[in-house]
Ligand binder design. Structure first.
Ligand SMILES: Nc1ncnc2c1ncn2[C@@H]1O[C@H](COP(=O)(O)OP(=O)(O)OP(=O)(O)O)[C@@H](O)[C@H]1O
Length: 461
């Protein structure tokens, strides 16, 4: 590992600089810190450990923070550690999952530490297994462009760069390194629970791939690197060509000459559409996927002179003879109602998905409002997802009486434009079970030892 790590530092010219290392206290980041310490003198590196206690797990995560501080102190490493009230931040930003809220808070802290110490690099401990999972997950979901390349080994971050030296190593190699060097990392038990999709890939797909090729992570890393380079080249070419086929470009509207657009090679057409969407959306909705690009390509190639498509967040694409107009329509009706099959995975118009599974084991602990569990036998079917209706009320968990859904939106400061597309989960008797990401009803019950339960999860696509 040492030699490959050295090569990574050499290739990326990491010397005579301040490196901030994100240290959670887990095996990956502890090994990362340890390896950097071994090069500290020879490469004249100034090393700073940055640790965030997200305050999700009370005294347990506080203990991890003390562990990191203590490890740094005994090794003469400067440690910047902070406790951030992520649960509170997540409550104020109900559109974010707990994981995204934690990431947001963590990265803003990294930023501050980089600024304070004039850091040139931020090193993080993502490894080869994370990379394989990420690429497969994005391909499966229908990710766009460079996102398929997974986690970048090096990228710009504020005035410095994020580096991930472990992408060419497996988790097992890192664990063996910890063992060999007497490192005794902390294991965060919530890591196992938080990301259900990733866990499925880890459990079911990775072992198969590793059996086929024990060095599969290296193949994925090679793919990631070369794909990113190809993508960058094609992006530059697309920008150049797209400018020649646009008829009009304004803040909220773009007009395209279809005939000219169709003379571009297919790879540039695909990327051209993506560039237009990047330009029009301030924030690309996470629900936007390769399917949207494909459906637009097929609309443009049809003989029929007119047609239209509805994209997330009210963007409309209208084809009329030789012109294709992309525009944000006003006052679109965002209401919907759909039945939830058990089990299923439902994509919602607001860019989130709801997964519904039957489990014979009820979780013991549940954090946040992004997961809802109830005994299968108590569910009145069918289960429905719909948008809010006037007079909606929910019997809140741990409270007597009911509360108006409208008041919950107001209390949580959900922006008006998001309220009309926010999902509401209802059972067959018209009881509101859950406002995903916001509040749960008293119908939730978990920790039961007998019988199947239904596990619903609300997350970004
Ligand atoms: N609480 C934290 N404080 C500082 N950095 C963190 C924290 N959590 C994660 N990181 C950084 O982000 C990287 C990726 O985090 P993630 O949770 O995906 O990985 P992990 O497998 O749990 O890593 P580790 O074994 O280091 O805990 C970590 O290796 C670390 O560099």
């Amino acid at each position: 590992m040492l030699e490959r790590f050295r090569t990574f530092l050499n290739v990326n010219d990491i010397k005579d600089a301040t490196v901030v290392i994100g240290v959670s206290g887990g095996p990956d980041s502890l090994a990362l810190l340890h390896l950097f310490m071994r090069f500290q003198q020879s490469l004249r590196l100034s090393i700073i450990a940055a640790h965030v206690d997200h305050m999700f797990r009370g005294s347990q995560s506080e203990e991890e923070m003390e562990f990191v501080k203590h490890y740094c102190r005994s090794n003469g490493i400067l440690c910047e550690a902070v406790q951030l009230n992520v649960p509170d931040f997540a409550r104020k930003h109900p559109e974010m999952s707990a994981q995204n809220a934690a990431r947001e808070c963590r990265y803003s802290f990294y930023s501050k530490v980089m600024e304070k110490h004039d850091g040139a690099f931020l090193a993080l401990g993502h490894h080869g297994d994370d990379q394989v999972e990420t690429i497969l997950m994005r391909m499966t979901r229908g990710g766009l462009g460079a996102s398929i390349a997974g986690i970048p080994e090096i990228r710009e971050f504020n005035s410095g760069k994020i580096i991930r030296p472990f992408l060419s190593f497996t988790k097992d190699q890192i664990l063996a390194y910890c063992l060999e060097h007497g490192l005794s990392p902390r294991f965060d038990p919530s890591n196992e629970k938080q990301d259900y999709t990733r866990n499925r890939f880890r459990k079911h797909v990775l072992p198969f791939l590793k059996e086929e090729n024990p060095k599969v992570h290296e193949r994925f890393q090679f793919f990631s690197r070369t794909f990113r380079e190809d993508e960058q080249f094609l992006q530059e070419l697309t920008i150049e060509k797209l400018n020649t086929v646009l008829k009009r470009k304004e803040k909220n509207e773009i007009e395209l000459n279809i005939e000219m657009f169709k003379t571009l090679p297919m790879p540039l057409q695909r990327r051209g559409i993506q560039l237009i969407l990047n330009y029009l959306y301030e924030d690309i909705p996470s629900s936007l996927s390769s399917i949207h690009i494909e459906s637009l390509q097929s609309l443009l190639s049809q003989k029929h002179p007119s047609g239209s498509l509805d994209y997330p967040d009210g963007l409309k694409v209208i084809k009329s003879y030789q012109t294709c107009l992309f525009t944000f329509e006003q006052n679109t009706d965002q209401s919907y109602e759909m039945q939830v099959q058990i089990p299923s995975r439902t994509a919602l118009p607001n860019g989130y998905i709801i997964t519904c599974e039957i489990s014979d084991r009820s979780p013991d602990v549940l954090s946040g409002n992004h997961v809802f569990v109830m005994p299968y036998s108590s569910l009145n079917k069918p289960l429905l997802i719909r948008t809010r209706r006037q007079g909606d009320k929910i019997k809140l968990k741990g409270m007597n009486g009911t509360k108006k859904v409208k008041d919950i939106f107001i209390d949580a400061k959900v922006p008006i434009n998001k309220r009309n597309s926010w999902p509401v989960l209802e059972d067959g008797s018209g009881n509101i079970l859950w406002l995903p990401g916001l509040k749960k009803s008293s119908f939730e019950e978990y920790g039961l030892t007998e019988g199947d339960c239904i596990v619903l999860e609300y997350k970004e696509q």
